[in-house]
Design a protein around this ligand. Structure first.
Ligand code: C2E
Ligand code: MG
Ligand code: MG
Length: 425
């Protein structure tokens, strides 16, 4: 039986490694040595790498980068080989350069020898190199161990294809008006049905879509889908506003804002709301407030999402053309077990009302929380107690059977306030 090495690989199988060595102080070295000399040194170092281990092969030598591959028996051997190579380069370059020191960072990725996706291996080596930083670091990513950054990278490269292939879809989560005990709107939450990975949640790809500049295309897809779903919903007799989440970074993008406004103008019957986080506004208040006003002028209802979770500024809160404030679920899920959270929620509700905004509590999971929020004067509630995010068809059924809702809302315990605490009646 094959012996197991660190990382779960069998020794007999061995590992394939893609590695990148970068001169981190390239600009300084080029100024001191000149371009030609620096290139000569890089080539000499590449030879040194190739000689360093019988298993090393130099693939290419670029401006400040040497790409090489190697094979090793196991994960420990990979580390040992790269560490000794890193140290050897350090010694070697002194012989070439005397006083001028070159600094290196090495990033590598390893996978079992039968791995065929060499591009993925190289991409992971690039991530490792970025993680190694500028401080003569060495980073190794083992692809057989789940690595979220690598996963996100592969996912994100796949996003344009996924949108075109119809793999993205929306779930909707209703928001309930507490006094009327009726659904007042619903929030669209994006999901990705990946052919190999199954259901991928937004937490796994929205941030990467933002970083890779694909969030605009994704949001325009969502907007068009929401408009089309709303039209179908209205035809069924449910004329509700639908809300979508707009990434804060898009609020600084005038082209995106113009495109959104064009789509809305072309669909005058659409009733839309946008959820935005206040932190985005604080980052670049001037353009964000201008663009939010542009949305409001096009009839979009604005809601401030996740209030209290990030940076909050009363100065900006007052200036935003928002009609709704959504208190972050971190204050709601512990509402009836915490001493502090009810005070924060109560004062936030009062503040929002003073600013003529409606308040939504998100993350309502228990009848007790719902009851307390109702006593506090919260206008809207959203959470698993009422409904999880559901497919469009299920939302329509929910709306058809809306009367059942009154039962959830009325079977709730009553809370009374005494001093700063709440007691169940
Ligand atoms: P969010 O806008 O604050 O959405 C609320 C999240 O809380 C949703 O997670 C929802 O499923 C979850 N949630 C709802 N009720 C409860 C509850 O009672 N308890 C608990 N513990 N959680 C609850 P989801 O769908 O995974 O979305 C996460 C975040 O991803 C969203 O937070 C939003 O910021 C982002 N997101 C989702 N769809 C989009 C989109 O189309 N565009 C952009 N830019 N962001 C999106
Ligand atoms: Mg939201
Ligand atoms: Mg939220």
């Amino acid at each position: 039986m094959a012996e197991q090495a660190a990382g779960g690989h069998s020794v007999s199988q061995g590992l394939k490694v893609s590695a990148l060595c970068r001169v981190t102080n390239f600009e300084t070295a080029r100024r001191v040595l000149g371009k030609n000399e620096l290139h000569r040194v890089a080539e000499a170092l590449a030879v040194r790498i190739a000689e360093g281990s019988h298993a090393c092969e130099v693939i290419g030598v670029g401006r400040d980068l040497i790409e090489f591959s190697l094979r090793a028996d196991d994960r420990e051997a990979v580390t040992a080989t790269l560490e000794s190579l890193h140290a050897a380069l350090d010694v070697q370059q002194r012989a070439f350069l005397g006083e001028t020191r070159l600094e290196f960072a090495v990033g590598a990725a390893c996978a079992p020898c039968d791995e065929t996706d060499l591009l993925r291996l190289l991409e992971a080596a690039e991530i490792a190199l970025a993680r190694a930083g500028d401080e003569r670091g060495l980073e190794i990513i083992d692809l057989s161990v789940a690595d979220q950054a690598v996963d996100r990278l592969t996912l994100i490269a796949d996003l344009p294809r996924a949108i075109a292939a119809g793999e993205m879809f929306l779930h909707y989560q209703p928001k309930i008006n507490v006094r009327q005990q009726r659904v007042s709107s619903a929030e669209a939450l994006i999901r990705w049905q990946h052919p190999e990975r199954g259901l991928v949640m937004p937490g796994d790809f929205i941030a990467a879509a933002e970083e890779s500049g694909q969030i605009g295309a994704l949001t325009l897809w969502t907007l068009r889908q929401v408009i089309s779903d709303q039209r179908r919903m209205a035809a069924r007799g449910h004329d509700l506003p639908l809300f979508l989440n707009i990434s804060g970074m898009l609020l600084a993008n005038a082209d995106f804002v113009d495109e959104v406004c064009e789509i809305i103008t072309a669909n005058p019957s659409a009733k839309l709301g946008f959820e935005i986080t206040e932190t985005a506004v604080i980052r670049d208040p001037e353009s964000a407030i201008r663009h939010l006003q542009q949305f409001a002028d096009h009839g979009v209802v604005l809601a401030i999402d996740d209030y209290g979770a990030g940076l909050s500024s009363l100065a900006y809160l007052k200036q935003l053309p928002a009609k709704e404030l959504k208190i972050d679920k971190m204050f709601i899920t512990q509402l009836t077990s915490s001493h502090r959270d009810p005070l924060i929620v109560r004062s936030t509700i009062d503040l929002a009302h003073a600013l003529e905004m409606e308040v939504t509590a998100e993350g309502v999971e228990t009848p007790a929380a719902l009851a307390l929020l109702s006593v506090m004067g919260c206008d809207l509630v959203q959470g698993y107690l009422i409904s999880r995010p559901v497919p469009f068809a299920a939302l329509c059924t929910y709306l058809d059977e809306q009367d059942q809702l009154a039962e959830t809302m009325t079977n709730r315990p009553v809370f009374l306030r005494s001093g700063s605490s709440w007691t169940r009646a």
